[in-house]
Design a protein around this ligand. Structure first.
Ligand code: ADP
Ligand code: MG
Length: 319
């Protein structure tokens, strides 16, 4: 396939839509966002070997790349709307492009987002999305956390890092096959918290999505807000699958330091917790209170006895 037949194949995925008066096919796309108060835009590149392993299929590469970009928009408190896709391919087999389009189409459909343009080039495999999202309230940044805020996370943590380990290892443990495949799908198919994130402006003070690991990402909120964060180890939500594949120490280490979960971590005042629980229930998402904003700097994890918990050195090698 040449560049233009690839573009043609991709553009078949896109239906005409009222808010995109000019879409794929011209020098630029035109979008109509008359309802939005502000737009959020973000872009992330995923490179073969750096951000995803050889084992991923084209379908999985497309789906996962789109999801991680959508997650960034959600972490600002916005609704993801429009995507641009810059794809670089070493060679373009029709089968590869077709499979890629399947994952792309599934991701666009499930997230309610529209592809409005992109770029297609030859070179080492990489996929870059740019997402545009709509805010209907103030953006939720990393720098708004306030002393006394509670810190919460969505979903469960550590699953994606465990899933990546399972993909990389040639292990075969029939007993845990079910749990393993659930962990693997958490890596391959992150679920961006669209319904929850967009309801958090005016509720949350600060927010981030967990791409590099809970401690590392909360560290960004702590630094940018000029506060410290205390995390209660026992409160960190662990899935049954993770607990059935790992003992407690390994599971919490994956949850604290493993990346790729794309859950949301945010802080809000105590008296907003109830409102947040209602929003979460309506969004079919679990939220768990895991800690608090305190004076100081950095992130400190306490175990059940109140002692400071240190993840073992060297752990990040397999995270
Ligand atoms: P130009 O030469 O003006 O930059 P291109 O030939 O690169 O235009 O692209 C033609 C049209 O196809 C543009 O609307 C562009 O946004 C779209 N396009 C190119 N590659 C992709 C892609 N991978 N995904 C979606 N749209 C694409
Ligand atoms: Mg042009």
């Amino acid at each position: 396939m040449d560049e233009f037949s690839i573009i043609e194949r991709i553009s078949q995925l896109v239906k005409a839509s009222d808010d995109v008066p000019v879409g794929i096919g011209d020098d630029g796309a035109v979008i109509d966002v008359s309802g939005a108060s502000q737009l959020v835009t973000c872009t992330d590149t995923l490179v073969l070997g750096t951000h995803f392993p050889e084992q991923l299929s084209p379908d999985q590469i497309a789906y996962r790349s789109l999801a991680v970009n959508i997650s960034d928009v959600c972490a600002m408190g916005a609704t993801p709307r429009f995507a641009q896709l810059a794809v670089t391919l070493p060679s373009a087999s029709e089968q590869w492009v077709d499979e890629f389009c399947m994952g792309l189409s599934r991701g666009l459909r499930e997230s309610g987002t529209t592809l409005i343009g992109g770029d297609t080039t030859r070179g080492p495999l990489s996929v870059t999305f740019q997402m545009i999202g709509e805010l209907n309230g103030p953006p939720v940044t990393r720098c708004g956390a306030e002393l006394g805020d509670a810190v919460l996370v969505t979903g469960t943590l550590g699953d994606a890092a465990a899933g990546l380990r399972a993909i990389m290892e040639v292990e075969d443990n029939d007993l845990q096959a079910n749990a393993r495949s659930q962990l693997i799908s958490r890596f391959l198919e992150p679920v961006a918290r669209i319904e929850l994130g967009r309801e958090l402006p005016n509720v949350a003070h600060a927010m981030i999505d967990i791409s590099d690991g809970l401690v590392a990402d909360l560290g960004h909120i702590a630094r940018d807000s000029g506060v410290g964060i205390e995390v209660d180890l026992d409160a960190v939500p662990l899935s049954p699958s993770l607990q059935s594949c790992y003992d407690f120490d390994d599971a919490v280490n994956l949850a604290l330091c493993g990346g790729d979960d794309y859950e949301l971590a945010f802080s809000l005042p105590e008296d907003c917790i109830e409102r947040c629980s209602e929003i979460a229930a309506a969004a079919n998402t679990t939220v768990t209170r895991i800690g608090r904003i305190v004076q100081g700097d950095g992130v400190v994890v306490h175990d059940a006895r109140g002692a400071v918990y240190q993840p073992p050195a060297g752990f990040r090698h397999f995270a």
